[in-house]
Write a protein that binds this ligand. Structure first.
Ligand SMILES: [Zn+2]
Length: 200
């Protein structure tokens, strides 16, 4: 079948299909939508994407995404530094912050242990978690990982060394949406999961 759409549109479509959940049809529609936009809007979009890597940093304390070397939560002196909530990624931090009821700090793992997908302890910030737990005076660790196979494996791994430090560990109550992904839970559900957290 001959290519009907111009090369530039086809190239943009190709780029967009590399994004998760975007098939060819959606990518074509998005490409035409971008084409119909004002040049200034297209330039702004391109500039935002092009500068993303240099503008986003990883917080040197909690490993969440940040504008600076230390994120706004770690910088905030009103946060309870002795309560540490372990999450998979920055979107989970965002979801928990939306509840407005958690006042502790976070540790972002950057994924979950998954031998099938080649994710081992070295790909995650587990060593950094150990040294934080050893150095900082933490009185409670809250594990806010999804109740999936990977979530369970990661929790077991964390427990195996936190137990030796005698820090009380709690886990969010079940009842999160199917798949248990924290980032998709609404504030009310997350709030309930936090207050119903159980000792591991
Ligand atoms: Zn931080």
């Amino acid at each position: 079948m001959p290519a009907v759409l111009p090369k530039a549109v086809r190239e943009l479509t190709q780029e967009l299909t590399s994004l998760p959940g975007i098939g060819t049809k959606t990518a074509q529609r998005l490409a035409l939508h971008i084409l119909r936009q004002q040049r200034s809007a297209t330039a702004r979009l391109a500039e935002t994407i092009a500068t993303l890597h240099e503008r986003v940093q990883t917080c040197s304390v909690c490993f969440s995404l940040a504008d600076d070397t230390i994120c706004s939560i770690c910088k905030d002196s009103s946060r309870t530094k002795s309560t540490l909530c372990i999450v998979e990624d920055a979107l989970d931090v965002e979801a928990i912050e939306r509840t407005g009821s958690y006042t502790g700090v976070y540790h972002v793992l950057g994924g979950l242990l998954s031998p099938i997908n080649g994710v081992g302890t070295d790909q995650l910030t587990l060593h950094e978690l150990t040294s934080r737990a050893e150095k900082e005076s933490i009185t409670e660790v809250i594990i806010a990982l999804e109740h999936s196979m990977e979530g369970e494996a990661t929790t077991r791994h964390i427990m195996s060394y936190i137990q030796n430090l005698h820090i009380p560990v709690t886990r969010l109550a079940r009842g999160l949406p199917t798949g248990g992904d924290i980032e998709f839970a609404d504030a009310l559900t997350l709030n309930a999961a936090f207050s119903g957290r159980t000792r591991v």
